[in-house]
Write a protein that binds this ligand. Structure first.
Ligand code: BV8
Length: 228
């Protein structure tokens, strides 16, 4: 059975990572959409760097929860028949042991140089315009996909949605595209679709089944029902 799982901020909530909706979509009074854009970075790199420095600092104080652990186990059982796609830029899926994680919106602990294109692991707070370890240009930016930018590995995701027998969404409000459109695509290609979320989301109506509750309970329960 080929399974595609999409996760959002809700799967990391019980680990203590604030969701976007929790903070009313605001950061220090900025609408997230205004901080997480290339225009904002152009206009005020220090504000944007501070936004990500704060989230990086917070990440070291949290751990994966039973929902991350259950998906790691599912990855061990299903192997390549599972594609785990996350909108999250935290590393909690990897720390839970998920064999492969597709970060469609990038990673908090990575950076890329806008001068030479090199991708590197983030080496600590480096101020407003960090120098690239390769070309030394002051052009290192967070390796995250900002609003208006194309998400990563869209071809691989769409190919998996076409092949999927089951599409499961965990902890996402279905407010941000193209991720919010995956359920309709998967369904159009014949997949069964299941939503696991604390509350109904903007996309709930597209799912065959929608279960409400905390991911830390719903995900281990669902994984146990699928792979025993
Ligand atoms: C693009 C990285 C072209 C950075 C992020 C008008 C209509 C439609 C689309 C658009 C439009 N205007 C503009 C767009 C496009 C735009 C968009 O969708 N805007 C929205 C605001 C309308 N999208 C883009 O710009 C994207 N790029 O479109 O390029 C393209 C498209 C297709 C193919 C090629 C090219 C790029 C978007 C990516 C932006 N970067 N993150 C960073 O993290 O700082 S988005 C960011 O916000 C997250 O990654 C995530 O995607 C989104 C937040 O959503 P969630 O993860 O769902 O979190 P949220 O807080 O909203 O909800 C949490 C949910 O969990 C809730 O439902 C809650 O009930 C639940 N929950 C809470 N606790 C628990 C729980 N569930 C279970 N257990 C719990 N304990």
């Amino acid at each position: 059975m080929k399974v595609v799982v999409l996760t959002g901020a809700g799967i990391s909530a019980e680990s203590g990572v604030p969701t976007f909706r929790d903070a009313d979509g605001l950061w220090e009074g900025h609408r997230v959409e205004d901080v997480a854009t290339p225009e904002a970075y152009e206009a005020a790199p220090s504000v944007v760097q501070a936004f990500y420095d704060a989230r990086r600092a917070a990440l070291s104080a949290v751990d994966p929860n039973p929902a991350h652990d259950a998906l790691a186990r599912l990855g061990e059982v299903l192997g390549d028949d599972l594609l785990l796609v996350t909108q999250n830029i935290d590393d909690l899926h990897e720390r839970a042991g998920s064999p492969s994680v597709l970060h469609m919106h990038g990673e908090l602990l990575a950076a890329w140089c806008t001068a030479c294109g090199r991708r590197v692991r983030w080496a600590g707070a480096l101020g407003d315009q960090p120098p690239c370890p390769g070309c030394a240009a002051p052009a290192l930016r967070p390796d995250v996909v900002w609003f208006g930018e194309v998400p990563y590995e869209m071809d691989r995701i769409v190919d998996a949605l076409v092949e999927a027998d089951l599409f499961v969404s965990v902890g996402t409000s279905g407010a941000v595209y193209p991720a919010a459109g995956f359920v309709q695509q998967a369904r159009a290609y014949g997949a069964r679709t299941l939503e696991l979320n604390l509350q109904p989301s903007e996309g709930s109506r597209w799912f065959h089944e929608s279960r409400q509750g905390p991911a830390g309970l719903l995900v281990p329960e669902w994984v146990a029902s699928l792979v025993g």
